[in-house]
Every structure is written in structure tokens, then in C-alpha cells.
Design a protein around this ligand. Structure first.
Ligand code: SAH
Length: 394
């Protein structure tokens, strides 16, 4: 196995549970190719763990093991899945929910590997091609532990579809029967149809599950606007919670159509609600003056990297200020951000700026991060990407 000397100042981060080593921070990994397992050496060339090597990513090494009794390989991947599966069974309320994240990469100590579960259909997604040589081993572990009816491979994150995608990273069935065109799931009793093949990410944004539940809890009697609505998760939650009228806005026409179909799946009359395929920024401009009792704002990440953070701060502030202007006095703003480059304290400052711009002081009702099926190592702030804030607008 190739080996690499980890600089002293980083060995303590590795020991504390940080799962990444950047290419600029470690010496060249001689003789290793993408997908190779590498031994990490500390002071005196003492082994301190193992990592998976990626020759083309700024994250050169993803730490897969740090303990003496952990040998990287199929048995360890399987153990990680068993631990992750048990954690979900013991920390989530699964009485009326059958869609959740089984394995959250770094937070479940298989960095770069994501497995989501949709009512018997497991979906695997990888952040790095370094896992591709281990795909058969991962498949075996998932099949043994999760026992899904189908295991669908969604490819690499950020990968575009099309014929130019190299064969090994093409989406495909890994085990079981092909998933149906729409998988019917339940989330706290709410029904959703999930398109795991063509949908965004693995098909659904499972990380907002508990926040959708919160919206359901506070929506009674509130006319609601849901911006960046995707397949209507927050919209359904609001309508089922008693919102008399919900307006869903998303740029993607097929997502808006799916949202309407999801209303029907929950015996809600789509005719009583509005479904708009439009740019959310343009929609806010075009409807200035219209107001609601609850506005949900859950945009895609504005800061994909460190360099874009300043621009993203301004964009989040302006967007939430516009949204806030459409909240009636005493109404609620639910603002989310999924950029890992915008930490919670920064997001709260951004909302402060929105409140200042709109001249609408905010009072915080809930401030939340990821749910328990999206665990993050304490010593890995980069992993805490989700912010969700429910605030009362005066
Ligand atoms: N709240 C959703 C997830 C939102 S993901 C849920 O709970 O499931 C972000 C969504 O924003 C995507 O559906 C994407 O299609 C949409 N989107 C991206 N840019 C947009 C824009 N400029 N205007 C409106 N929607 C946009």
C-alpha cells in the first residue's frame, strides 16, 4: 500500500476526526492512482490511519480509518453501513416515514459516499471517482445491510448527464429490480412521488424533512409562498398543516408539475393552490406588493466555493429582504441556506442585513442545522452546510 507522511500539525486534526487532507497540505503521494488506499504516517513514520486517494481533486485524501483495529476494505465498509443503519433505526421516528439518508459520507465515516433510502429503493451517489474501483464492494455491503428492493447508482455529484459520461460513472442499476419511474414514499405521513433517476441529487432533499414537519406545524390559516419549491415538499407540508392557499415557485417546469401531482397524491385540490414555473427573483419583482402569512425561501447554494462567498452573502441578503417585504406583519419567514461556505453565524448576520434592508425586525423562533440522518464530525465544520431559520417578522 502506498504511504504518505502527514505533517505534524495535521495529524491532530486526523485524530480528532477531520476526514479530509488537501493536496496542498500533504507531500506528493508517490506511486498512487485515484482509488488507491493509502497508509497515513505520523511522527516517526508511525501509521495513524488510512485514506482513499484522488489524484484530480483538491481533496487528495479522504480518511477512511484512524484506529489500529480498522483495516480498510469490504469488511470495514460493511461495518460502517451497519453502524449507520442502526443509528437511523434508533434516532429517527420511522413510524410514518420511509425516506431517509442511510449513509452521510463524512458523518458516517465513509467520506464521499452517500446512500439515500426511498421506501425500499436505495440510491448511491459518490462525491469522488476514487470510490469507483470499490463499487462492487460497496454494493455488496449495501445489499447485505439495507436489503433494498433496488439499488440505483446515481453517479458522481456535480456530474452532468449525457453520452460523454465515462462508462464506470454512468447511472445504472447495481442490484435488485429497476426502480419504478416514481417511488412512492411517506415523510411523517405526507406522500411524495420521487423520481430517483431524473430527480435532483438522489431524487429528494431529505435534509429538510424535520423542517418540512415544522412548517406543517405552523402553517394553519397562513397563506403561504414557497420559493424554490422543487417537487413541493414545503408546499405540501404547509397545505396539510392547514394553509388555505400555497403558491409554489420553481424554475424547473418538471419540478412544478411534480409538485402539483404530489398535491393530488395527498388528496389536496391543486386548483386551490398556485404552481408557478418561474425564476424566483423575477417572481418577487413581478409580484411586489402581494403579501403572505408565511414565506419559505430555500434556494440552491449561492456559494459553491470560497471565492464566491462575498457575492453569495449579498445575494442571500437581497433575496431574503425581497421575501421579507412580502411577509405580512406578524407573519413568518422560513429562510434556508445549503452552502457549506456560509456558516450559521454568517447566515444570521445575512438575515440581519435582510431585516435592515426591508425594515422588518425579525425574532427567531427556530434555528436549525442538519437532522440526525445527516451527522457531521464535530471537528469538521465544512460538513455543516444546512441552515434553517424560522423567524417572526414584525
Ligand atoms: N425546498 C425544496 C428543495 C429546493 S432545492 C424541498 O424541500 O424539496 C432548490 C430548487 O431551486 C431546485 O428545485 C431548483 O430547480 C430551483 N431553482 C434554482 N434556481 C432557481 C431560480 N432562479 N428560481 C426559482 N427556482 C430555482
Amino acid at each position: 500500500m502506498p504511504a504518505v507522511l502527514v505533517p505534524d500539525r495535521l495529524t491532530r486534526h486526523v485524530a480528532a476526526g477531520h476526514p479530509w487532507l488537501y493536496v496542498d497540505a500533504v507531500p506528493e503521494v508517490v506511486g498512487a492512482r485515484t482509488g488507491d488506499l493509502v497508509t497515513l504516517l505520523g511522527q516517526g513514520r508511525r501509521p495513524i490511519g488510512h485514506a482513499l486517494f484522488d489524484a484530480d481533486s483538491p481533496i487528495a485524501l479522504r480518511v477512511v480509518a484512524t484506529r489500529k483495529d480498522e483495516r480498510p476494505g469490504p469488511a470495514l465498509w460493511r461495518r460502517r453501513l451497519e453502524t449507520a443503519w442502526l443509528l437511523r433505526q434508533t434516532t429517527l421516528d420511522l413510524s410514518a416515514t420511509d425516506a431517509f439518508r442511510v449513509l452521510h459520507g463524512e458523518g458516517d465515516r465513509l467520506p464521499g459516499v452517500v446512500v439515500d433510502f426511498y421506501a425500499g429503493c436505495a440510491v448511491l451517489k459518490l462525491d469522488t471517482p476514487a470510490w469507483l474501483p470499490h463499487l462492487a464492494d460497496l454494493t455488496g455491503a449495501i445489499v447485505d445491510v439495507v436489503r433494498p428492493r433496488s439499488l440505483w447508482f446515481k453517479g458522481l455529484s456535480g456530474q452532468r448527464g449525457g453520452d460523454d459520461v465515462p462508462e464506470p460513472q454512468r447511472p445504472r442499476l447495481l442490484a435488485g429490480e429497476p426502480p419504478p419511474p416514481l417511488v412512492a414514499i411517506r415523510e411523517h405521513g405526507m406522500r411524495m412521488h420521487v423520481d430517483v433517476r431524473r430527480g435532483q441529487k438522489t431524487g429528494m432533499f431529505l435534509d429538510q424533512r424535520e423542517n418540512r414537519r415544522l412548517i406543517r406545524q405552523v402553517a394553519r390559516g397562513r397563506e403561504t409562498l414557497n420559493l424554490f419549491s422543487y417537487t413541493g415538499g414545503f408546499s405540501l407540508a404547509a397545505a396539510l398543516g392547514g394553509a388555505p392557499r400555497v403558491t409554489s415557485v420553481d424554475l424547473a417546469r418538471n419540478a412544478v408539475d411534480a409538485a402539483r401531482d404530489n398535491f393530488v397524491a395527498n388528496d389536496l385540490d391543486p386548483g386551490a393552490h398556485a404552481f408557478v414555473a418561474a425564476d424566483a427573483f423575477a417572481f418577487l419583482d413581478d409580484t411586489a406588493g402581494t403579501t403572505y402569512d408565511l414565506v419559505v425561501v430555500d434556494p440552491p447554494s449561492f456559494a459553491p466555493n470560497h471565492k464566491s462567498v462575498r457575492a453569495a452573502e449579498a445575494a442571500y441578503a437581497r433575496l431574503n429582504a425581497s421575501a421579507l417585504r412580502q411577509v405580512r406583519p406578524g407573519g413568518l419567514l422560513a429562510a434556508a441556506s445549503c452552502s457549506s461556505h456560509v456558516p450559521m453565524d454568517m447566515f444570521l448576520k445575512i438575515l440581519g442585513e435582510s431585516a435592515r434592508q426591508a425594515r422588518r425586525p425579525l425574532r427567531l423562533l427556530e434555528v436549525r442545522g442538519e437532522p440526525p440522518d445527516h451527522p457531521t464530525p464535530l471537528h469538521f465544520p465544512e460538513g455543516r452546510y444546512l441552515k434553517f431559520v424560522l423567524a417572526l417578522a414584525e
